[in-house]
Design a protein around this ligand. Structure first.
Ligand SMILES: Cc1ncc(COP(=O)(O)O)c(C=O)c1O
Length: 362
């Protein structure tokens, strides 16, 4: 079976280095908030050109702590996209605030900046753009709207580690960038892990305290926080992979380019807007024949996944928001047509060509 991502192969390539690191950490007996967490935080901050990065337990927690630290809660509204993983909205709801959806751009499948202002009310506190599948959202326009209306911007960079707009990395535009190191992400841990990137010193202080039970240490608690720390083992493993992230992303981009030239016919291929670097967390097609394509791939033992079959406004868990079919037609159309193909740095040229041929025959 051709997998969506081949983590066994990736591990085989870095096994010796990972095992050495893991052994060192186990022998050091420093498992929580140790030197590797600090080192990884410094490296990720420098990579993004921001002053700080803070390791947390997951991408979901990164978003939740960001919303919480900005003082957003009951009665507040946060604008985001309905075409994302569920966690983007969950993080808002955890704080008592309400997610307010804005339909997506039909080309990039990211939040459509042209439709944001119509959704701003006196309760709106923030915008959470998601760089879906690794293609940057239109941050210039989103930041301009946020500035005009004095709104916070939290970037959901769970799928976009390494992506940039004219050389500036996603996660460095808004007040907080939120990253996931879920194992299948472009930079993936061997378990759950996440990070926030930011510049504001007060916000840094608040998130560092919030992730550690509202405490700066010595059993003094200035607020009620959370247990949401990045653990030392994951940080050690992530440091090994971080050295390779630009190479991993380069190979993903080469694979996407080969898919682009090999796939022909009546499908919509992913776009890459001028000045933007797509890191292809997913290579996602759209087709009215999506189910048939998926069936043909399955017959040839090739994986493919529908990310995401139900936009957030139609999710049962969010029925309290009182949305109905037709509210966000572009997101609904995407959900009906998207299909993500196998995508990982180690994916072979002949497999890409084989997949393209199956699609072309449909
Ligand atoms: C867009 C998006 N936001 C948030 C998350 C949540 O990250 P995590 O699984 O690390 O909690 C994910 C990934 O899982 C994601 O894809």
């Amino acid at each position: 079976m051709v997998p969506m991502i081949d983590l066994k192969k990736q591990f085989a390539d870095i096994k010796d280095e990972v095992l050495t690191t893991v052994t060192e950490i186990l022998e050091s007996a420093h498992y929580i908030l140790g030197p590797r967490v600090s080192e990884f935080e410094k490296k990720v901050a420098a990579y993004h050109g921001v002053s700080e990065a803070i390791g947390v337990a997951s991408g979901t927690d990164a978003l939740h702590l960001a919303v919480e630290a900005l003082g957003i809660g009951d009665g507040d509204e946060v604008i985001t996209t309905p075409f994302t993983f569920f966690a983007t909205a969950e993080a808002v709801i955890y704080t008592g605030a309400t997610p307010v959806f804005v339909d997506i751009d039909p080309e990039t499948m990211n939040i459509d900046p042209a439709q944001i202002e119509a959704k701003i009310t006196e309760n709106t506190k923030a915008i959470i753009p998601v760089h879906i599948f690794g293609h940057p959202a239109d941050m210039d326009r989103i930041m301009a709207i946020a500035k005009k209306h004095k709104l916070h911007v939290i970037e959901d960079c769970a799928q976009s580690f390494g992506a940039d707009i004219n050389g500036r990395k996603t996660g460095s535009f808004g007040e907080v960038g939120c990253f996931s190191f879920y194992p299948s992400k472009n930079l993936g841990a061997f378990g759950d892990a996440g990070m926030v990137t930011l510049n504001d010193a007060e916000l840094v202080d608040r998130i560092r305290v919030l992730r550690n039970h509202g405490s700066k240490g010595a059993y003094r608690h200035e607020s009620v926080g959370f247990n949401s720390r990045l653990d030392e083992l994951q940080a050690g493993i992530l440091l090994v992979k971080f050295k390779r992230i630009d190479d991993y992303n380069r190979r993903r981009r080469e694979n996407a380019a080969l898919y682009n030239t090999s796939i022909s016919g009546d499908v919509i291929k992913p776009v890459e807007r001028p000045g933007m670097t797509h890191v292809y967390h997913q290579y996602t097609l759209r087709s009215g024949q999506r189910d048939r394509i998926q069936q043909k791939l399955r017959e040839k033992e090739i994986s493919s996944v529908v990310y995401y079959p139900i936009p957030l406004h139609l999710q049962e868990a969010l029925s309290f928001l009182d949305h109905k079919k037709g509210d966000f037609p572009v997101a609904e159309d995407a959900a009906a047509k998207v299909l993500s193909l196998p995508m990982y740095p180690e994916l072979e040229e002949k497999t890409i060509k084989e997949i393209a041929e199956i699609i072309n025959n449909v």
